[in-house]
Write a protein that binds this ligand. Structure first.
Ligand code: ARG
Length: 566
């Protein structure tokens, strides 16, 4: 927050010189090495050079100007060519808290993204298969990034690029025709369709000709075979319901569900453009584009004419550029697709477009349980919705033990369970693999989502039915380190949100919130917040309230509910 004051001193001085002398002077503002000299120091060399006046005159003038600023400044001391400034820490802390309380949910908002469009592609499950843990990671990271970017003023457009086309549908169609029965399946579509898919993969292990049949079925789909397309539509609808269960639980929605199939009729134009630009090369009957020595070529069309993932993504990126006019597009997809997105960018550049730099692969690592990756193909996999429900059940048991008389226990358990899963993921830098432990993540202590919710609830219960007047504070309390440090952390919220947006990393906010909660809990252990003395009490309440505002808003940016009680 000293940084903010530094910035304001710089801006105000520059404005003063501009207005008085019509000169654009770049004023330097720094922090003195020796803090006994002051909190901020302004070397006046650049001003002397520009104004061509003696140093003492310049320094005196600047001193008076700085004193006149409406900033929490205690002392302004000119020493030689420097003006040393002591910040009024108590006033500063007071101003921070007042601002947080005044702005409430809007506290921490920024305008760094104003006028810029960001398109986000996330979740994107392959819907005839079951929703995988990787897709859950993509869903949570993408959703949080959307909320963070919005808070920074960006216009966002979120797309669930459903994997609703591809050989997995060929497999489903073959499996359905061999072993399926419509009425039976409709009794419990999600589970029965998953069972069919699992059975197909099991039988194909001993009978590889099944895979040939599946490829042929998919080829028929691409040739617009009516029967197969009808089956595809039905399976697509029913499969999507599994994902929707998860989105409903996490309260996540998308601006568009245009998946891979949406681009079926948009690929020919791109292939033609590649052809016209002389980029397409014949390779054993297939069509490829060579991308240079540092990268394998992109396979654009299979020898049997079948379409490909990259061709679809290429068609999609042009469509989206035109339709959503993005300044940036984010693909929240696992590390394993690094090459795919590098190829996509190279293709864009090779085609003569200049927006490859706007294409970002927001990569993430694997989810490990006991050091192993879970697979959805083999059967006997736990379904994700069941994992979420287990977390909710664990949360319920904890709440029931702690606070048996609580109303809405079910609803609160739902939010606590989800918080465990979401925070357990987002606290890790997304690029890394995550070792996840459900029991640990649900706990109310340690580095967990429920711990943050619990800290917020603690503050809510302190403040419940209390009124306080922030104007009637004892600001001298802010000179105590545990007061001042806490206010300083509250003030860091905005720059933290901006950093999370710039680094596309929700973990920046997650880690910050853990630090804030820890500082608050330390404060709580040192001070009786509901103090006897009115002015002390007002100060404590105001500080606690500002922490609660930031905790709530920070949790919201991660996709987690804050609570009044738990
Ligand atoms: N459905 C793909 C998968 O599960 C992810 C799609 C990511 N988005 C994209 N535009 N390629 O692997």
């Amino acid at each position: 927050m000293i940084n903010q004051i530094k910035q304001l001193i710089k801006e105000n001085l520059e404005k003063y010189y501009k207005e008085k002398y019509s000169l654009d002077i770049s004023v330097v503002v720094e922090e003195p090495k020796n803090s006994t000299m002051g909190d901020i120091s302004v070397p006046m060399f650049s001003v002397v050079k520009a104004l061509r006046k003696p140093m003492p005159e310049i320094v005196l003038e600047a001193k008076e100007v700085i004193k006149g600023f409406d900033l929490p400044i205690l002392e302004v001391n000119p020493i030689n060519a420097f003006i040393n400034i002591f910040v009024d820490k108590s006033l500063l802390a007071y101003q921070i808290i007042e601002k947080a309380i005044l702005e409430d949910n809007n506290y921490g908002s920024s305008n760094i993204g104003e006028g810029k469009n960001v398109t986000l592609d996330y979740s994107s499950p392959n819907i005839a298969k079951s929703f995988s843990i990787g897709h859950l990671r993509s869903t949570m990271i993408g959703n949080s990034l959307k909320l963070i970017l919005k808070k920074c003023g960006y216009n966002t457009f979120s797309i669930n690029y459903l994997g609703d086309w591809g050989t997995q549908f060929g497999k489903m169609i073959v499996a359905y025709k061999k072993w399926g029965n419509y009425d039976e399946i409709m009794k419990d579509p999600i589970n029965n369709l998953t069972a069919l898919y699992v059975r197909f993969n099991q039988e194909a292990e001993n009978n590889p000709s099944l895979d040939d049949e599946a490829r042929e079925a998919f080829r028929q789909m691409e040739l617009k075979n009516k029967e197969y397309l009808d089956l595809w539509k039905w399976i697509r609808e029913e499969s999507l319901k599994e994902s929707k269960q998860i989105y409903d639980l996490l309260e996540i929605d998308f601006d568009s569900y245009n998946g891979e199939a949406f681009y079926n009729d948009k690929m020919d134009a791109v292939v033609e453009e590649l052809e016209n630009k002389g980029l397409l090369v014949e390779d054993n009957g297939a069509k490829i584009v060579n991308l240079g020595d540092d990268m394998p070529p992109a396979l654009i069309k299979r020898s049997d004419g079948g379409s490909l993932y990259i061709t679809r993504d290429l068609a999609a990126v042009f469509y989206r550029k035109k339709e959503y006019k993005f300044n940036k597009i984010l693909y929240v997809v696992g590390n394993e697709q690094k090459l795919h997105f590098e190829q996509l960018k190279r293709l864009i550049t090779k085609m003569g477009y200049d927006f490859a730099d706007e294409v970002n692969h927001v990569n993430f690592g694997l989810y490990l349980t006991n050091g192993k990756k879970a697979s959805t193909r083999k059967g006997n996999v736990t379904k994700l919705i069941d994992v979420l429900n287990t977390a909710i059940k664990l949360a319920y048991d904890l709440i029931d033990a702690k606070n048996p008389d609580l109303k809405n226990k079910e609803e609160i358990a739902k939010y606590v369970g989800i918080s465990a899963i979401v925070f357990g993921d987002l606290k890790n830098f997304r690029g890394l693999d995550v070792e996840f432990n459900l029991e640990q993540s649900v706990k109310f202590e340690g580095q967990t989502g429920p711990y943050l919710q619990y800290t917020g609830v603690r503050i809510a219960s302190i403040l419940r039915d209390k009124s306080f007047d922030i104007k009637n504070c004892d600001t001298s309390l802010f000179e105590k380190p545990h007061y001042f440090e806490l206010a300083k952390e509250v003030a860091a919220f905005k720059s933290t949100v901006e950093r999370a947006a710039n680094e596309l990393a929700p973990s920046v906010i997650a880690k910050y919130l853990l630090g804030l909660a820890q500082s608050f809990n330390k404060f709580y252990s040192l001070e009786k917040i509901n103090a006897e003395d009115e002015r002390v009490r007002n100060t404590n309440f105001a500080l606690a309230k500002s922490v609660r505002i930031v905790l709530n808003e920070g949790l919201r940016l991660l996709g987690i509910h804050y609570l009044e009680e738990m």
